[in-house]
Design a protein around this ligand. Structure first.
Ligand SMILES: Nc1nc2c(c(=O)[nH]1)N[C@H]1C(S)=C(S)[C@@H](COP(=O)(O)O)O[C@H]1N2
Ligand SMILES: [Mo]
Length: 322
């Protein structure tokens, strides 16, 4: 029998007898790990997982006011072409290796300059505000973009709940860094944990999405399960995955990519076709799924087309504060 829980979650174990579910899951893992070399097999595992609903379903109401009309990226592409360096630096690594991440149980601790610090588990996060589906474009700093139906609610809901003190000028997002679950954390490509940050007024902008799902399901591991940020007007790396800690702070956070290459990755990292990366132009982008022989490059838009946010930066020199 299929019973909808009050939090909108339907676990696959509610739909399929547990043993069948477990063995299917084992089979898919084997495909993904054992047959590692073949992208075909990984694709198959991804499709299989989608068709079988291996990620629990997550009900949400579309918010058309915050949704792009662009053609959505295929689920297969969105879940097999990823950046998640905790699982390796190749685009195919997260789909291949993120099976070891355990997204349940999970807690996020919210601390620092707040009147009500708290630790929220996943059920608390799912119930904190009504879940919305929002179709956002996400533009990677590397020059490609996707269009994904995310599920979550404005991060402003969290801010309301924890009541920042007057000292809270920035918000820091800290990802899980567990070598046992994340093979890439053994490498030194970045200083772990992955840290990102926003000015508090940016974090309060309704577009900033605390994200718990995509394509009608909870987040796949490779996309940052069980909870991440999605900031569609900024380059993709600002949208930290698998968050375990959120700190409200006085000083601008020292973010992972800014520390690794300060001349290349600024704190703001707003999508801006007029400010090139030192090693490549940011004027255009490749939409994943349109990369055929005849596919044209698309023009990159200021703030990735989310011009609503412009008022956050009035009077700022966006070439200096890139
Ligand atoms: N913790 C963590 N978060 C991360 C990254 C990462 O390596 N680690 N990569 C970022 C980059 S560069 C991009 S483009 C997006 C990709 O999100 P997606 O795989 O869901 O499309 O996640 C961002 N969040
Ligand atoms: Mo990225």
């Amino acid at each position: 029998m299929l019973i909808k829980r009050s939090d909108g979650l339907i676990l696959p174990s509610d739909i399929t007898p547990r043993a069948v579910f477990e063995s299917r899951r084992g089979f898919i893992r084997q495909l993904a790990v054992g047959g590692a070399a073949s992208a075909g097999l990984i694709e198959m595992a991804g499709r299989e997982a989608f068709a079988q609903g291996l990620n629990p379903k997550l009900a949400a109401k579309l918010n058309p006011a915050y949704s792009a009309l662009d053609k959505q990226t295929a689920y297969k592409d969105a879940t097999t072409y990823n950046n998640f360096y905790e699982f390796g630096t190749d685009k195919s690594d997260p789909a291949q290796y993120a099976g070891t991440l355990k997204p349940r149980p999970w807690t996020v601790s919210i601390e620092g300059e707040v009147k009500k610090p708290m630790t929220l588990d996943l059920d608390a996060l799912l119930k904190l505000a009504p879940l919305e589906e929002r179709v956002y474009r996400l533009r990677c700093v590397e020059g490609w973009s996707m269009v994904i139906p995310w599920i979550g609610y404005s991060f402003a809901e969290i801010i309301k709940k924890v009541e920042p003190t007057g000292n809270a000028k920035y918000v820091e997002f800290i990802s899980l860094a567990d070598k046992k679950q994340m093979p890439g954390v053994g490498s030194r490509v970045l200083n772990w944990p992955y840290v990102e940050g926003l000015r508090i007024d940016e974090a309060n902008h309704p577009l900033a999405l605390l994200t718990l799902g995509m394509y009608g399901e909870t987040l796949p591991n490779q996309n940052g399960a069980p909870v991440r940020m999605v900031l569609p007007w900024k380059y993709g790396f600002k949208s930290a995955k698998s968050i375990v800690k959120i700190r409200f702070v006085k000083e601008q956070p020292r973010t992972a990519w800014n520390q690794a290459a300060p001349a290349e990755y600024g704190f703001y990292s707003n999508v801006n076709p007029e400010v090139d990366h030192p090693r490549w132009s940011q004027a255009s982008e490749r939409r994943i799924g349109e990369d055929g022989f005849l596919a044209r490059k698309r023009k990159t838009l200021m703030f990735n087309g989310y011009s609503d946010v412009a008022s956050l930066y009035s009077g700022m020199d966006l070439k200096k504060f890139f």
